[in-house]
Design a protein around this ligand. Structure first.
Ligand code: 13P
Length: 254
């Protein structure tokens, strides 16, 4: 049995300690009793300090990006070691906004992933296709290529500590969710690749989140699908009530 995992990716929103606290105080109250779902919030770097009110709660702190070196002349970058001093446990890597706007390649994400694992962070690695790629029938090819590049040379004990987030780019911030069947089909394909690369046990133990316009009104039908183990939530994670409602949708058995 895979435990559900739900993450809030705040992107470039709620960027001050106070703005983070305003949401988190209420959110802690709403979900404090929930222990059968792993929960994390990834605020901007500038509000990670404010997120320290999550310490000693059932909600963990995540970050949205890191660099693969420890220190040095890398203007504008932040290392895994720095993040750990702010109690960060989860790290989102390879989000489509990083890949598309900031030109991150599979090779860079692979280096970040290995570094994150070496530092004991829990990586959440995003993959997903563009609308044109889906419409051209290339979804599986894109997923396979991204997995080969992003997970290159990853050992079984490393991939097992990694969460995968399937985020079809056409569903992000658009209000256009993948249907539960569309998402589950890709999740099943991701498991198929994991089984070929590693083994059946590894493939069935890795958690795969769905991301892309997850809302309180569609979360339950997504989470009911066999291969969907939770969500990576953008817009709906910014408000305590909507994010808590999504988490509650994952508390029931499939
Ligand atoms: P939305 O939930 O706003 O569509 O964002 C999804 C996402 O990109 C999470 O990482």
């Amino acid at each position: 049995m895979r435990k559900f995992i739900i993450g809030g990716n705040w992107k470039m929103n709620r960027g001050t300690p106070q703005a983070a606290k305003d949401m988190l105080e209420e959110f802690i109250r709403l979900v404090r009793e929930i222990n059968n779902v792993d929960i994390f919030i990834a605020p901007p770097f500038t509000s990670l300090g404010g997120a320290s009110i999550l310490l000693n709660t059932n909600i963990k702190i995540g970050a949205q990006n890191m660099y693969f070196e420890d220190t040095g002349a890398f203007t504008g970058e932040i290392s895994a070691k720095f993040l750990k001093t702010l109690n960060v446990e989860y790290i989102i890597l390879g989000h489509s906004e990083r890949r598309n706007i900031f030109k991150e390649t599979d090779e860079m994400i692979n280096k970040k992933l290995k570094k994150a694992l070496e530092e004991g962070l829990k990586p959440v690695v995003c993959i997903g296709e563009h609308l044109e790629e889906r419409e051209a029938g290339n979804t599986k090819n894109v997923i396979k290529r991204q997995m080969e590049g992003t997970f290159k040379d990853l050992k079984k004990e490393q991939i097992i500590r990694t969460v995968i987030a399937y985020e079809p780019i056409w569903a992000i911030g658009t209000g256009r969710t993948a249907t539960p069947q569309q998402a589950d089909e890709v999740h099943a394909y991701i498991r198929e690749i994991l089984e070929k690369t590693y083994d059946a046990n590894t493939a069935s133990s890795i958690r795969i989140q769905y991301g892309g316009s997850v809302k309180p009104n569609n979360a339950r039908e997504l989470f009911e699908m066999e291969n969907i183990d939770g969500g990576l939530v953008g817009g709906a994670s910014l408000e305590a009530a909507s994010f808590a409602a999504i988490i509650k949708a994952a508390t029931k058995e499939k």
